[in-house]
Design a protein around this ligand. Sequence first.
Ligand SMILES: Cc1cc2nc3c(=O)[nH]c(=O)nc-3n(C[C@H](O)[C@H](O)[C@H](O)COP(=O)(O)O)c2cc1C
Length: 331
Amino acid sequence: MLRTRFTQAFGIDHPIVMGGMQWVGRAPLVAAVANAGALGFLTALTQSSPEDLAREIGRVRDLTDKPFGVNLTILPTMRPPPYQEYRRAIIESGVTIVETAGHRPQEHVDDLKAAGVRVIHKCTAVRHALVAERMGVDAISIDGFECAGHPGEDDIPGLVLIPAAADKLKIPMIASGGFADGRGLLAALALGADGINMGTRFLATRECAIHENVKQKILASDERDTNLIFRKLKNTARVGRNPVSDEVVAILSRPDATFEDVAHLVAGQRGRAVMEQGDLTAGLYWAGQAQGLIHDIPSVGELVTRIVGEARSLLEGRLAGLFGAASGVAS
Ligand SMILES: Cc1cc2nc3c(=O)[nH]c(=O)nc-3n(C[C@H](O)[C@H](O)[C@H](O)COP(=O)(O)O)c2cc1C
């Protein structure tokens, strides 16, 4: 057990979170994370309707009696999903923790808080974190430039973003983006975070139901194997490097290119085919720079135990030794 303000606020054993992941955050994985003493989120929009989401919440409850949550990602899209109905399904199912991500979460935060739900808002900038804190969220998850998904447009890596946020926020904060092991957990705590959030690392676990080809691709990739797409559209996304993301980058680098020129390549259903059928050339798949730190496919339980154990050994071993050694130099 590793106690922080975050574990105490959310009733979990270890300050480790698995954030929402489209086509990935389903019941068996979320329950495995909960049973490991960490906090996992179902991804609301992976379910094709609010009714399916309510059923998926029930499936998690069949597999664990530990805390878990639901991620609600607010996308800047022309045809938005029925957010209000997804939110209702979350509240009426008695879920007590929600991770919000994306633009203008106010309406969702107000409604969720009024229903007694604790909200963790995920964002990529200190100024956005402060707005969310003022909105009344219970915790912040702050995503550095290393992360899979949407790192924002400021390009601030965790090494600066985390302490900069910690200096200003009063509520608990978890650090996200680029974390995969105990070194990262301990570093995040040292930088002022109350825990870590991971996405890419959880993809390469036994309980994660994505196709084995994607897991092997993550193991074979290093920290350089991502692409930043949609930069010129100011909706930057970090995805795994493959022929499709290379092509999207190439097309959008043309001065007159627009979203329409790549729409056929980036469709969500094509990304779903990568994850579920294992055809790595079918579309985009989200993955972060943490790929360079992932070398095996443990169970979720083994992973969480290992990360906490590594952080502890590092703190009590090498780091303690550094300060304790008689160097002959005045401290
Ligand atoms: C496959 C995949 C799908 C993701 N989908 C979502 C999503 O739907 N909503 C969301 O808020 N974040 C999403 N994320 C971001 C993660 O929740 C998390 O913030 C991010 O992965 C952290 O960075 P890391 O991958 O370096 O650990 C996704 C990440 C991955 C790897």
